[in-house]
Design a protein around this ligand. Sequence first.
Ligand SMILES: [Fe+2]
Ligand SMILES: [Fe+2]
Length: 387
Amino acid sequence: MSLPALSSDAPGILFVDDEVNILKAITRLFRKEPVRVFTASSAADALAMLEVEPIQVVVSDQRMPGVTGVKLLAELRERFPSVVRILLTGNAEIDVAVDAINHGQIYRMLTKPWDDRELRATVRQALEDWSMRDEIRRLNVLAKAQNAELIEMNQLLERKVDARTRELALKNQELRKAYLSTVRALSEAVDAKDPYTRGHSERVGVYASRIARELDCKPAFIERIYLSGLLHDIGKIGIPDAIIGKTDRLTPEEYALMKRHPEIGARILEPVDFLADIVPCVRHHHEWYDGSTRGYPDQLAASEIPYPSRIILVADTVEAMTSDRPYRKALPLERVVEEIASYSGTQFDPTVASAFIRLAEREEDAFIETASKFDIEAFAAGEWKLP
Ligand SMILES: [Fe+2]
Ligand SMILES: [Fe+2]
């Protein structure tokens, strides 16, 4: 064994040979190279040295007493896989060496007697090879660490997003409840003006949303229709109680005033941000499908009338006809179906009229009776449970 000649950060090369003269000659050969040269005269010595010294390249003689070069290098491959392995061999053992190369046990093979320049060049290449592999190993470790960090960050982010989504869903539900109770309070205030129309707006909302479902409307649209139903007569707040509660026929002046309720309603709702898309539905809920002057306020026709308004008009008529009034009792559903059918295409959108008639024929009186079973809590929670 010999001591290293250079500083501890220079790469370490270990030469293994049982002939001391050869080790001496090689040490001389590498005196001017920027490497630390270690020598060992047996496989056992070499393994002991590798345990304690930072060695990057091992050049081993093949023919040694006890363990051969190929066996030593095969063991290095297992125990010190990053060490670059070079075999020095005589011509007689060329087959052994070629076999070792083919099995990936060694990096390069040199024959004895060696060429000085070739030996130095091979060792330099081996060192470069080691540096390159070392850099790859370092980058791999770095990439793995960064990858783990990214995965962790990602998981943290996902957890945050989940928590925030849940929080928002809860807030949204609270908002919907607050929104809905505001709208219902408004509609109840209107219905309270006339004892005969108590619950009218709620039932119109439910009938309209059930017709909308029959028409395959999407849940968000059905919700808008329901709210439009609740608020369609909100403008009656602005009509004198004497007119609203009057049991006799209205005078032409009173009737003209009464007909202003859709406009008044739209004006009441206009400043409320969250009711913006309900405003046109309220304004046009008394337009006739044929655009005639019997409709008001703007004599819009067919598709000019917002779809929710066309649905509400049918629901409104059904609700009015199936409720008791001071001047008449509730009418049977068959009468209502006849009325809706006879005004289909003039007052009512034929598609909407047909949807109602289908529902009425399928469900008969249950269509009217189930209106009171509308689950307002489920609706507020965003779960659609239309009766
Ligand atoms: Fe109305
Ligand atoms: Fe109404």
